[in-house]
Design a protein around this ligand. Sequence first.
Ligand code: CP
Ligand code: NVA
Length: 289
Amino acid sequence: MKNLISLKSLNKEEIRKIFDLTKQLKGKKTKDLFEKNLVLYFEKPSTRTVVSFFVAIVQLGGDAIYLTPKEMQISRGETIADTAKVLSRYADGIVARVYKHKTIEELAHHAKIPVINSLSDKYHPCQVLADLYTILEKKKTLDLNFAWIGDGNNVCNSWINAAKIFNLKLNIATPKGYEPRERISKKIKLTHNPEVAVKDADVVITDTWISMGQEKEMKKRLKAFKKFQVNSKLLKLAKSDYLFMHCLPAHRGFEVTSKIIDGKHSIVFDEAENRLHVQKAILYLLLKD
Ligand code: CP
Ligand code: NVA
């Protein structure tokens, strides 16, 4: 593993290796990445990702610099290619959250140091790795029924990638016109009916109806997604011991009700915490000499 751009470049063994290491490093502070410096390049807001990556590198003995385009010469037209080449002369890794997935690919192409995708319009691989790890902690297996309810967005695309790698049974329910763009496999079912998707689900996942960068579509999206709320009525169809997941930030009363996200089946904060632990393993594997 040289970069982490999407889950498509990983196989089952590599992901198992990340999870074994996550288990070993969870709760531990080491000097494995002593004096390694990470550039956190964020074009979009973030709470979990930026803090968990910062804490992850510090817990491994390194340090991080947080930058948005505004403070950088990118805002005055410097190219991504030149930026990648220059950052490679100072730092040991780049974590990038970008609008266009192409930006990550360009960074990775020109950088001499590992590049990690911490969300693009296409994928959110670090999120789904943490999600899978959390499910394994709770259920000890991935041989489960998964239901994605809502937008066929970046997180959904990474779930599709994960489903292909692990042969997961994944049902995806989106409104018409909001289907994921990622190619699906035989075991993945697409529907426009959330009830069909949630039937007998062990794990029910949702995300915002309006991803970062889609704010102008708010009115149209709120209308299109109205019937895709994850609520008590819908979850009556899931297994009695279902888990509820959401990458956060959540919009209570929209994609999920407070009763569900704050209820006993919800594991959203364990999921958020595991971002830190899984990312420590990712950093170790990519940055350790
Ligand atoms: N889930 C997630 O990536 O959260 P942030 O946008 O707060 O980083
Ligand atoms: N799909 C959401 C995820 C936020 C972590 C977005 O891209 O805004």
